[in-house]
Design a protein around this ligand. Structure first.
Ligand code: ANZ
Length: 825
């Protein structure tokens, strides 16, 4: 063994050993418990950043720990390789997106290898390769056959100058990022998958996910947004374009008598019909078309509208209620129409104030003796449902929330003017993108309109990779030849839209179990053995969409008979960000830390150790170069300790019956540490506290005298355990030391150390001695000492003697396990 720790050659040797021995290749083995640990795969953007290093280190520690428990561990890695950045980079560097992506993958793979992650590289996959996306295309055609996908027109961001669709991130302050032309909303036909058909299951099954953070489940619940309400019919005073009523969806039928106007979405059929003879309305509708399609913007934008000039009849009061067209009503929620209750709904309130519409309070607080509607305390309780009473509501006065809800809903049902209804906020998943670098959507458009799904034997529809990007439109859209195809002699046109890249990341975790399988999307034996993923790790930014789509796809695959469990991810850990000077590292702020430089300078193990030590995994972590230096020093010291030990020790044999007190104490500490670190790695997933415990033990160990055989034997036992416990964190370092300690086999194949319960038994305990209520001494007594001998020891303690000398002892008492109390006068 070398005297000094030199990371580079040690890391290369360990990595070579793992490679040569296929150490991390995982095969189905039904005799063994499996453990599938997955960290969200990266987009191959060019190089790793510190966030990746943290993320992948967490997954690696968990994987390596589980392996030492004897599990059959699968930890795969691959590339989420389609997406817009590749198109932009291709234009900028005058290359093709495929080429750019491949070279990034090669570079980043090498970086991951340098960090020593225990991946099964034989299962590597890249989603931009036909052997991956062909199954996604096939699956889409299956969903098409089952009626789970459909086409409908839907809004996109359109640049009239470039005549191209823009992604949301390509719209900057409402203008095209390239030419600054104001962006319009354009309705074009797009493909949708019916995730709404699974809304109920996606909601209900969240309750099974005990291993998920509550916060993530709450976010998913809110996103699915189940609400119970009533569809209410407001008859029109006069029909418009043969329509004689407006259906509104409300979750607050209890406020029905406070409805002072009805508002419609700009795209509502009545709005469109009225606009034909109303230029002001037409202009307003056009105006709405150009505003953003992003839902977040809809919520915050200024409320605007136009009076429709028609009335409805209130279903209960029979009074006239005017109709407005308003920009805050969404066409694709409920029925695209709202009964506006400005006294109890914030948006309606803002709108009514702006256009001077009447506000009628119908809910009164039971605590407040309120005189009229006071908009300044709107937020405080007007929107409240509990502890209220209805007012101004005719025969429905004097009711609490639930009574009013049920009373009015039932009355409407009797009148034939309302029906209870459950709605979801969740929309069907629009999967069409007008971009090039994605999987082509496997549809043939027929010459006489209509379309059919591409038959299985014609899949995959290949994306050409040898393309020139003009920076404006997709090469497969601008190439008329690419579209041309034939089916049974009939000319057809290929769909030129590609899939949303969330499609690929929705099922990669399943394909990892059988990435080379050629006879289907999934090999049932492999998929059913490995799934569900036991531990999934990734950023909180994926808490909603990615995780929801993956859960949805899982259920779709289950219902296709491909897998047999209900949920894809058993346990979920969302790691925090890596910050520098309190802010997120980003190139634009110039505060990034390059992992590559750190690895070169300190070695991968120090980088891994420092990043895992800095904070609990869910918390954000403040990067510090000095912490890295500290981690490095610790490894050096430990190395030196092992080196010295090996200079002194000649195979010492531990004899637990002949240990002195210091040796016993160290062994106790050792086994307490083993128990704690196992709990931290396995259950708590707090790696920082595990490392702290290992460091503390190492520190205690350095104080243990080793000038005798049993001292060396205890040291040997402790160093062996420390090397094993630290190996998930600093695997190369421990690989080398494990062999240096004379063990056969590699540390990755070592068993997790077994806790010696006997060593943890404390045979002495410390007791406090109080004299007249003040602590005067601490004495160490045998754990099974009698009361008499404890008192004897207390009374002979020199410090205690000082306080009782020449005094009359009034009381003496032992409180077992805690203290001795003495009263004197
Ligand atoms: C009257 C009312 C009174 C409402 C009140 C709320 C509070 P959730 O809970 O998300 O389902 N709404 C219905 N359809 C809409 C649409 N297409 N665009 C915008 N808003 C719409 O929301 C349901 C509530 O959102 C409904 O209940 C309706 O306003 C509004 F004190 O009706 B409510």
């Amino acid at each position: 063994m070398q005297e000094k720790y030199t990371p580079k050659p040690i890391e290369q040797q360990a990595q070579k050993y793992w490679d040569d021995n296929d150490s991390f290749v995982a095969n189905v083995d039904t005799e063994k418990d499996k453990y599938y640990c997955l960290t969200m795969f990266p987009y191959p953007s060019g190089n790793l950043h510190m966030g990746h290093v943290r993320n992948y280190s967490i997954g690696d520690v968990i994987s390596r720990y589980q392996r030492m428990l004897g599990k059959n561990v699968l930890q795969p890695m691959g590339w989420d390789a389609f997406g817009l950045p590749a198109e932009n980079a291709a234009v900028k560097h005058n290359t093709a997106p495929g080429k750019w992506t491949d070279s990034n993958i090669a570079y980043m793979r090498n970086q991951l290898k340098q960090l020593g992650f225990a991946y099964d590289w034989s299962k590597e996959l890249a989603t931009c390769k036909p052997d991956y996306y062909r199954w996604e295309q096939w699956f889409f055609t299956r969903l098409y056959e089952k009626g789970l996908v459909y086409k409908k027109t839907s809004a996109v961001n359109w640049c009239p100058e470039d005549e191209t669709v823009l992604a949301n991130e390509q719209v900057i302050d409402g203008c095209c990022w390239r030419c600054d032309t104001p962006v319009e909303r354009k309705e074009i036909p797009q493909w949708f998958i019916k995730i709404t058909e699974y809304a109920d299951q996606l909601l209900a099954d969240l309750d099974q996910l005990d291993g998920w953070p509550e916060q993530v489940k709450t976010m998913q619940r809110n996103w699915i947004g189940r609400s119970e309400g009533v569809d209410i019919r407001f008859d029109l005073e006069q029909p418009v374009a043969q329509i004689d009523s407006i259906d509104v969806y409300t979750t607050r039928p209890d406020t029905l008598l406070g409805a002072t106007y009805v508002s419609l979405a700009a795209e509502h059929p009545i709005s469109l019909a009225l606009a034909e003879n109303n230029p002001e309305l037409q202009a307003f509708i056009n105006d709405c078309k150009t505003s953003s399609v992003a839902e977040a913007d809809m919520a915050t934008m200024e409320k605007k509208g136009v009076a429709a000039g028609i009335n409805t009849i209130h279903p209960v009061s029979g009074e006239k209620v005017p109709v407005w067209i308003a920009n805050y009503v969404l066409m694709n929620y409920g029925s695209g129409a709202v009964m506006a209750v400005p006294s109890h709904d914030e948006r309606d309130f803002a709108f009514a104030n702006k256009y001077d519409l009447p506000v009628v309070q119908v809910i009164a607080s039971n605590d407040n003796n309120d005189a009229g509607f006071d908009p300044t305390i709107w937020q405080e309780w007007y929107a409240r449902k509990g502890n209220t009473t209805t007012i101004n509501s005719g025969s429905f006065d004097g009711l609490d929330y639930q009574q009013a809800f049920d009373g009015i809903a039932n009355a409407l049902e009797k009148l034939g003017k309302g029906k209870k209804k459950t709605n979801y906020r969740l929309r069907d998943w629009g999967v069409s993108r007008q971009r090039y670098w994605g999987s082509p959507i496997p549809i043939f458009n027929l010459p006489d309109g209509g379309e059919i799904a591409v038959p299985a034997d014609r899949l995959p529809i290949l994306l050409p990779e040898d393309v020139v990007m003009d920076g404006v439109s997709s090469p497969i859209k601008s190439d008329p030849e690419w579209r041309k195809d034939q089916l049974d002699g009939i000319p057809v046109e290929r769909e030129t839209d590609t899939f949303d890249t969330f499609m690929e990341s929705s099922w990669y975790y399943a394909r990892f179990t059988c990435p080379d399988y050629e006879d289907g999307m999934l090999d049932a034996d492999a998929a059913n053995y490995w799934l569900p993923v036991d531990q999934y790790i990734g950023g909180i930014e994926h808490a909603i969409l990615h995780l929801l789509y993956a859960r949805f796809f899982h259920k779709l695959m289950r219902d296709e008979g491909l897998i047999n469990c209900d949920e894809p991810f058993d346990r979920l850990l969302c790691q925090g960000m890596v910050l520098k000077d309190g802010t997120k590292m980003s190139k634009s702020k110039g505060n990034t830390v390059d992992p590559q430089e750190m690895i070169e300078q300190y070695g991968a193990d120090s980088v891994r150790l420092s990043i895992m030590f800095a904070a609990p995994p869910e918390q954000s972590l403040e990067w510090s170069d000095s912490a890295l230096g500290g981690a490095h020093k610790f490894l050096h010291r430990l190395w030196g300790r092992v080196y010295n030990h090996l200079q002194n020790a000649k195979a010492p044999v531990l004899n637990t019956d002949s240990l002195d007190k210091g040796q016993q104490t160290l062994r106790r500490k050792l086994h307490e540490t083993i128990a704690k670190v196992g709990d931290d790695f396995g259950r708590r997933l707090t790696f920082n506290t595990a490392i702290a415990a290992i460091m503390e033990l190492t520190n205690d160990l350095s104080k243990l005298p080793t000038d005798n055989e049993q001292g060396l034997a205890v040291e040997h036992e402790a160093l062996q355990a420390i090397i094993v416990m630290l190996s998930p964190i600093a695997p190369h370092f421990c690989h080398e030391l494990w062999n240096a300690m004379g063990n056969t086999g590699a540390v990755i194949d070592a068993q997790w150390p077994i806790v010696d319960e006997q060593a943890m038994v404390r045979n002495t305990i410390e007791l406090v001695v109080q004299v007249n209520g003040k602590v005067r001494a601490k004495i160490e007594v045998a754990a099974d000492a009698s009361e008499e001998s404890i008192l004897e020891q207390a009374f002979t303690d020199s410090n205690v003697i000082k306080y009782i000398e020449n005094k009359e002892v009034k009381m003496r008492k032992v409180i077992p396990g805690k203290l001795v109390t003495i009263a004197v006068k």
